[in-house]
Write a protein that binds this ligand. Structure first.
Ligand code: MRU
Length: 384
C-alpha cells in the first residue's frame, strides 16, 4: 500500500494516523484502524486480526463513512483469506455489518470476486488471498485518486455557481480523510476551496446523535488550518435566514438510480432549507456510491440504530471526572425507558439536489439518465 503521506499534497495535513492500514507484523497480517469513536480526544488505533473484530469496529463506527467502509470491507475479505478463515463466511458477515452505505458491499464483492476468480483459475489459497489483497489495495489507490478528481470537479462547480469566491459552505457529518483513502468527498472540495483562497468559512453541523461533525470534521478542519465554525443542527435554519450560507456540500452513503441521496440523518432538512433560500445543495461522492440496482429513494434501506445513542451521551468516550463509571459510560439525557427514533440516514429526493459531483464529473440537474451516463463512463475507464 502507498505510504499515507504520499496520498496527500505537499502542505496538507492528513489525520495524524491513517484511518486504515494493512500491516504484516511477524505474528501475521492485521488491519489497523484509527478508532474514530475516540476522536478528537485521543488518536488510538484498533488492531483487527479477524473479521468479527472488524465487524464490531464497523458497527460501533470506529471505522465509518461510505468510501472507507468499502476499503474496510475489501481488506476484511483479504484478512480472512490471508489468515485462512472461511472467506464465504467473512463475506456474509461483512456484507450485513451495516446496510445503507453501498460501498461496503462493493468493496467486499470486489475482493471476494478477485479471490474466487483466482481459485477458479486453479490458484492455491495463498495466491488467491494475495489476489484479494491486491484488489483491496487497488480500491484504496482508486479511492485516493477519486478524491483528487472530486475536489477538482467540485471546486470548478462552486466557482461556476458562486463567481467571486469567498464561499461560505455548510457541511454535515464527516466527509474528509477520515472516510477515505484520500482527502474525502465533500470535505475535499471545501479543502480545495480553502487552498485556493476561496473559502471564507466552513460551517460545520454538529451532527447529532454521534457528533461526527463536532468531533471529526472540526478535527480535520483545524488540522488543515481552515476557518470553521461549529453549530448545532437546529441552528442551520437561522444561519440560512441570516444569509450566511452560499452552498451546502455533503457526501452520500447511497445514491439510487433516480438520483435520490441517502446521507447522514439531517441532510434532508438542509436540502429543504437550501431550496427555500435558493442556495445550491451539492452532493459529492465517488461513482462507487451510486447504486443503479436501487431504483429510488424509497428502496434504500435506512439503518436504524439504538435509541440509547439519543437518550444518552456516549460519544466521545471521555472519562467523566469523579465518575467511577469510566471511559465510554453513557450519560442519560432523558428519563430511563424513553423511546427514541434514531435513523442513521435520511433520503433527499433528486429535485432538491442541485448537483451530484463524482470523480467522473458533475451532473446538474440530477436525473437518472445523467447518473447512468456517469456510471457508464466510469466502467469504460475501469475496463480499458
Ligand atoms: O454513520 P456514518 O458516520 O458512517 O455516516 C456516514 C457519513 O459520514 C456521512 O453520511 C457521509 O456524508 C457519507 S461518507 C462520505
Amino acid at each position: 500500500m502507498a505510504d499515507q503521506d504520499a496520498q496527500f499534497p505537499a502542505g496538507a495535513k492528513p489525520p495524524a494516523l491513517p484511518s486504515l492500514r494493512w500491516e504484516e507484523p511477524p505474528e501475521g497480517p492485521v488491519l489497523v484502524l484509527l478508532d474514530q469513536t475516540r476522536l478528537p480526544v485521543e488518536e488510538v488505533e484498533l488492531v483487527c486480526t479477524d473479521v468479527p473484530a472488524l465487524v464490531q469496529a464497523i458497527q460501533t463506527l470506529a471505522v465509518r463513512g461510505a468510501p472507507l467502509l468499502g476499503l474496510a470491507g475489501a481488506y476484511g475479505v483479504a484478512l480472512a483469506a490471508v489468515r485462512g478463515y472461511d472467506v464465504d463466511e467473512a463475506v456474509a458477515l461483512l456484507q450485513r455489518a451495516r446496510p445503507t452505505a453501498v460501498n461496503l458491499g462493493y468493496g467486499v464483492r470486489l475482493a471476494a470476486e478477485a479471490y474466487r476468480a483466482a481459485v477458479g483459475r486453479g490458484a492455491g489459497t495463498e495466491e488467491a488471498a494475495a489476489s484479494a489483497l491486491a484488489a483491496a489495495r487497488e480500491l484504496h489507490r482508486a479511492d485516493a485518486e477519486a478524491s483528487v478528481r472530486m475536489a477538482e470537479h467540485g471546486l470548478a462547480l462552486l466557482d461556476e455557481l458562486l463567481p467571486g469566491g469567498g464561499h461560505r459552505i455548510l457541511t454535515h457529518c464527516n466527509t474528509g480523510a477520515l472516510v477515505s483513502g484520500g482527502e474525502g468527498t465533500a470535505f475535499a472540495v471545501a479543502l480545495a476551496a480553502h487552498r485556493a483562497g476561496r473559502l471564507r468559512r466552513l460551517w460545520v453541523d454538529e451532527t447529532r446523535p454521534l457528533l461526527q461533525g463536532a468531533r471529526l470534521t472540526t478535527y480535520e478542519a483545524a488540522r488543515n488550518g481552515m476557518a470553521y465554525t461549529l453549530l448545532t443542527d437546529s441552528a442551520a435554519g437561522s444561519l440560512f435566514a441570516a444569509g450566511e450560507v452560499d452552498a451546502v456540500l455533503i457526501g452520500a452513503d447511497r445514491i439510487a438510480a433516480d438520483g435520490s441521496v441517502a446521507n447522514k440523518v439531517g441532510s434532508y432538512p438542509l436540502a429543504v432549507l437550501a431550496k427555500y433560500h435558493h442556495v445550491p445543495f451539492i452532493v459529492v461522492a465517488p461513482v462507487t456510491t451510486v447504486d443503479l440496482g436501487t431504483r429510488d429513494g424509497a428502496s434504500i434501506e435506512v439503518e436504524q440504530r439504538s435509541g440509547q445513542e439519543v437518550t444518552e451521551f456516549t460519544v466521545p468516550p471521555i472519562p467523566v471526572a469523579g465518575s467511577d463509571a469510566g471511559t465510554g459510560a453513557g450519560m442519560p439525557v432523558a428519563p430511563l425507558g424513553t423511546q427514541a427514533y434514531n435513523p442513521a440516514f435520511d433520503v433527499t429526493p433528486p429535485e432538491l439536489v442541485t448537483a451530484i459531483v463524482t470523480e467522473q464529473g458533475a451532473i446538474s440537474p440530477v436525473t437518472g439518465a445523467g447518473l447512468a451516463e456517469l456510471c457508464a463512463r466510469s466502467r469504460q475507464v475501469t475496463i480499458s
